[in-house]
Structures are given as C-alpha cells and as structure tokens.
Design a binder for this molecule. Structure first.
Ligand code: RIB
Length: 291
C-alpha cells in the first residue's frame, strides 16, 4: 500500500499573455478552477499507474468539492479530514505557451497535527510506501515514524526549502527534485555531488530534457531523454513524473522501466490543460508508448 500525506489545493488558473512583471497589472482572458496540490496530483498519478493509494490529507470547511473530485478520480479519500478554516489553494498564472508561475496558500494542509499523523500511520509496515511533499505540516514526524517501521519513504522537495530537506533527509529513501532544486541542495550542503548528502537515491526531473535516477546503494545511474510534445500546460508535470515513477517502483518494476513510463506520462500531461484531472491514465501512456 502507498500512503500519501499530501496537499489538496483548489487550483485557480489565470490565463494571461505573459507572467506579470513586478508592479504590472494584467487582465486574464479566462479563469478556471480545478483540483490540485502536489499531494493530490501525485495520488492521482499513482492511482492512474495502477497502484493502491491511501490519501491522507486535510481540506477546510469549503473543501467538500475537492474531496469529491479526488474520489471521482479513483483515490481512496476515507482518511481525508475536514478542518476549521480554508482549504489550501494555488494561484496559477499561465502563459499561452504553457509556462506558469504559482503562488500557494497552505490553509488546511498546514494544520495537520502530530496526533493525526500517528493515527493515520498506525498500520504502516515495511511492505508499505510513504509519499510526502513540502506542502503539508508534520513531514519529518511522518517520515521518521514510517522509516522506523521500515517503510519506503519518498520525499518531493517542492516547494523547495533547503532547511526542511535537511530535517527530513535522514528518514528519506528516495528524494525527488528538479534540476534547480538539485543545484540549490548542492550549494546548501556545500557538496560537489548529491551523493554526499546521505540519501539512498535521487530522482531528478529535467523538464523537457527528461530525468535521471541515481541509486547510490547499488551505483545505478540512469537517464531518459525528454519527449518532444506540443506543450499547453506544464502544471503538475513533475507530480505526474514522481507519482508514476514511485507507483511503478512499488509494483516491483525495474527502475529504467519506471523512469521510461514516468517520462511518457509527464510528456502526455503537458499536452493537456489542468492538474489532477489532466494526469494521463495507464492506457493512455501505453498507447503513447506503442506509437
Ligand atoms: O505541482 C503543481 C501543483 O503545485 C499545483 O496543483 C498547485 O496546487 C501547487 O501545489
């Protein structure tokens, strides 16, 4: 079983000609709302990749529609709680070519308590996986508990905060970063190679140039090249990549096969508008694979 203590956001997409400069006011040509949050997106990606996922997360009093959408996309929401106050949300400013700038507000995602995490993770054991991103409270506690039970812990260091990574790192088996975050980590830890920061394995996404996976325990280093597609929306591509990769690894797939499929899933995602609802399912990825 994959447990995901993951953020759930209302994503508001503002379609604009360009990302505004400081002090500039822009008129959006269109506004849309949908389910997002790095956690919710990763749960949907893992479900679509054929895994069993238990989403552990929180919404505010306004968040019934978010739970409904998550459930409609096939995620087990039995353990998603509703807290006083507002749900998390994201303002996604989107350029015509699919480039974006995102501002998030944590809301209920940041109100998850230690007791809640202890109760959610009571059944976790060594055959399970715990997936986390930097959009909820209690990340280190959760990672520590899961690690003590021998579960595989995967952490996406996004939105990036080097101090938070440093705190959670001792409990993490696979760290997921993009290349900017990888460079920031190298500088924060004052190392030449990320191998020196002490994590077992790192997945580094390289945007349109593909991704690498390094397993420092086995010495495996693999890379997939980016796939050229006509991009309309890059939001959630990293979540799609990470979700697919972890799901397939947890199913016992070879890392290269998992990386190859995740790369295709992320490439397909950027051809569609939206976040959680735009993550391709396995049949779509298989069809893309066969082309
Ligand atoms: O990675 C994309 C996600 O980042 C969006 O869905 C948004 O909610 C932010 O959390």
């Amino acid at each position: 079983m994959i447990y995901n203590i993951g953020s759930i956001n209302a994503d508001f997409f503002y379609h604009v000609s360009h990302i505004p400069m400081p002090g500039e006011t822009l008129v959006a040509s269109k506004v849309e709302r949908g389910l997002g949050g790095k956690g919710a997106n990763q749960s949907v990606a893992m479900i679509n990749a054929g895994s069993e996922v238990c989403h552990l997360g929180a919404v505010g009093e306004d968040g019934s529609w978010l739970i409904d959408q998550l459930r409609a996309l096939g995620v087990d929401t039995t353990n998603v709680i509703k807290l006083l106050g507002a749900s998390g949300h994201a303002i996604i400013t989107m350029e015509k070519d699919g480039e974006n700038a995102i501002t998030t507000f944590g809301g209920a995602n940041h109100l998850i308590s230690t007791d809640q995490v202890n109760s959610w993770l009571a059944p976790i054991s060594s055959s399970d996986w715990l997936v986390l991103q930097n959009e909820t409270s209690q990340q280190s506690n959760a990672a520590n508990l899961a690690s003590l039970r021998g579960a595989h812990v995967v952490y996406s260091a996004a939105p990036f905060d080097a101090e938070v990574v440093a705190e959670i790192l001792p409990f993490v088996d696979i760290l997921c970063v993009n290349e900017i975050e990888a460079a920031e980590l190298t500088s924060h830890f004052k190392v030449k190679n990320l191998k020196e920061i002490g994590v077992s394995a790192i997945l580094t996404t390289l945007g349109s140039r593909g991704a690498t996976y390094q397993d420092f325990k086995t010495g495996l280093e693999i890379r997939v090249e980016g796939i050229t597609v006509s991009s309309v929306d890059t939001t959630g591509a990293g979540d799609t990549f990470c979700g697919y990769f972890v799901a397939l690894l947890s199913q016992g797939k070879d890392p290269l096969e998992a990386l190859t499929f995740a790369n295709k899933a992320a490439a397909l995602k950027v051809t569609k508008l939206g976040t959680a609802n735009a993550i391709p399912n396995l049949a779509e990825v298989l069809e893309f694979n066969a082309r």
